[in-house]
Each structure stands twice: as structure tokens, then as C-alpha cells.
Ligand binder design. Structure first.
Ligand code: COA
Length: 260
């Protein structure tokens, strides 16, 4: 595995990887290097045997947003390219062949909140703070905040967060459905690892197809989404793991999944 300048990658024996944005002195702000490193790290993991991953931040922040120092001098053309780079990273995470859990340990602001939203779901520490503060800087969300946030929490809640720029605490984020679980700080990673390790024991193709169909289905009408589900459901019946999983149940033994 490549050593990245701004992202630490830990691959565990359980086929789970932990990605840590590692720029703590700048609260892990997303500059071009972090965006490139994260995208490359996810791509590299996709080529390997990882079955679930956790995305977190080093120090007291998850990610405190896109790098304001870098954005301060951008031209409109550079800003557009920066937004596209953020979207590309978001799509890579969202479409990754394995689920990612965002373990939000601290500030998840602007691009940090948007990055967490690209993960399959979010666990947060009681110290986490979420928000889209761009309007306080004369900006607006540029990495998917106007698209994924309303889809996750509903348009009314998303509008309030985006137009006010106010931060919310983890318990409020859980209440509005942005966060699945709130945990004490020292329980965040153990809980995220436990869930990731559980996912990693499940049939990989079944998890991958479920992830793909949920994502595509959310963007489709119900008839199309159900059709996608039926096709993917059928595809799994051509897999070795479908035979292994169902026979193991009948034989009353634990299945051994190979991802085939
Ligand atoms: N971009 C670039 N640098 C950032 C940053 C960002 N989004 N967020 C924090 N930093 C840097 C600070 O400039 C500071 O660097 P310095 O020590 O070299 O001066 C360092 O990270 C620590 O931040 P600081 O502001 O001193 O910490 P704090 O505890 O007082 O405040 C925040 C924490 C998160 C409330 C505050 O840093 C903040 O508001 N950050 C910007 C959040 C934001 O607007 N994000 C959306 C950007 S579009």
C-alpha cells in the first residue's frame, strides 16, 4: 500500500481498512493534496481484498472543511475545478466496491460534512459538530452539500443548515437522521470497527450489490428501483456465495464466503 502524505491507511486482518485524514494542525482541511490522496487510497483499496472501511480524522476534527487558505485566492475557473475534484472524490467513495462508515470524531464542517455524507452511514462521537458554514465566508457548499444533505435529512432541515451556516451537535445530527449512532469519544472507533467487521464477514457480492442498488434506487422512481433490485437479486443466484450461504444455513454451520 502506498504511503500517502495526508491520509493514513491501516489494513486490518479482518479485511477492514481505516482511512485517517492526517492534517491535524489544519483540522484536516481538504486541500488538493488531501482530495487526491483520499481518492487514490480508496482506489487502491478497491483493487485489494477490503470488504468494509472506516473514514475518520486525526486529532480533534474529522474534517473542518475545504481549505479556506487555498480557496481564498481561487478564480471562478479554479473554484469550478476544485468543486469537480470534490465531486469526483465523493463519487469514488459513494460508488466504492465496499461500504464506508464515517467515524466523525470532531468537527465535520463544510467539505467535512459533505465528505461524511458520501460514506454509507455516519457514527459520531459526542464531541462531533456538523454544519455547512460556507455562507459565513461568502461561499456555498461545493462538494455535494446542496445535493446529498437534502436527500439525507430532507429539504427543510438541509436548507436551514445551509442558509444559517450554524453548527449542530451530534445528538441533534442523530435526531434529524444525519447520524446513525452517537458514542462516547473512546467508544467511537470500537463501535465503527465492530460494525465494519460484521459487514466484512457477510457475503461480499451481496453487500456490494446491496450498496449499489440502494444508491441507484434512491435516484430512481420506485418501479425502476424495484427492477434494479430484481436484477441484482437474480445475479446473486449465479454466485458461489449464494449456494454456500443457503447450504450453510440448511446444514446449520457457519458459511465461508469467498466473494465469488
Ligand atoms: N481551512 C483551512 N484551515 C483551517 C480550516 C479550514 N477549513 N479550519 C481550520 N483551519 C486551521 C486554522 O486556520 C488553524 O490554523 P493555524 O493554527 O495555522 O492558525 C487551525 O486549523 C486550527 O483552527 P482554529 O480556528 O485555531 O481552531 P478553533 O478550535 O479555534 O476553531 C473551528 C475550530 C472549526 C470552529 C474553526 O477552525 C473554523 O471555523 N474553521 C473553518 C470552518 C469552515 O468554515 N469550514 C467550511 C469551509 S468552506
Amino acid at each position: 500500500m502506498t504511503a500517502y502524505e495526508t491520509v493514513l491507511v491501516q489494513q486490518r486482518e479482518s479485511n477492514v481498512a481505516v482511512l485517517t485524514v492526517n492534517r491535524p494542525d489544519k483540522l484536516n482541511a481538504l486541500n488538493a493534496q488531501v482530495i487526491a490522496d483520499l481518492g487514490n487510497a480508496v482506489a487502491e483499496l478497491e483493487a485489494g481484498s477490503v470488504r468494509a472501511a472506516i473514514l475518520t480524522g486525526a486529532g480533534r476534527a474529522f474534517v473542518a472543511g475545504a481549505d479556506i487558505a487555498q480557496m481564498a485566492t481561487m478564480t471562478p475557473a479554479q473554484a469550478k475545478a476544485f468543486s469537480y475534484a470534490g465531486h469526483e472524490l465523493g463519487a469514488r467513495i459513494e460508488n466504492a466496491r465496499f461500504p464506508l462508515i464515517a467515524a466523525v470524531n470532531g468537527f465535520a464542517l463544510g467539505g467535512g460534512c459533505e465528505l461524511a455524507l458520501c460514506c454509507d452511514f455516519i457514527y459520531a462521537s459526542t464531541k462531533a459538530k456538523f454544519g455547512q458554514p460556507e455562507v459565513k465566508l461568502g461561499l456555498m457548499p461545493g462538494f455535494g452539500g446542496t445535493t446529498r444533505l437534502p436527500r439525507r435529512v430532507g429539504p427543510g432541515r438541509a436548507r436551514e443548515l445551509v442558509y444559517s451556516g450554524e453548527m449542530i451537535r451530534a445528538d441533534e445530527a442523530e435526531r434529524i437522521g444525519l447520524v446513525n449512532r452517537v458514542l462516547e469519544p473512546d467508544e467511537l472507533m470500537p463501535a465503527a470497527l465492530k460494525t465494519a467487521e460484521l459487514i466484512a464477514t457477510r457475503a461480499p457480492l451481496a453487500v456490494r450489490e446491496s450498496k449499489r442498488v440502494v444508491l441507484r434506487g434512491l435516484e430512481s422512481d420506485l418501479v425502476t428501483a424495484n427492477e434494479l433490485e430484481a436484477q441484482a437479486f437474480a445475479t446473486l443466484f449465479g454466485s458461489e456465495d449464494q449456494r454456500e450461504g443457503t447450504s450453510a444455513f440448511i446444514d446449520q454451520r457457519d458459511p465461508t464466503f469467498t466473494g465469488k
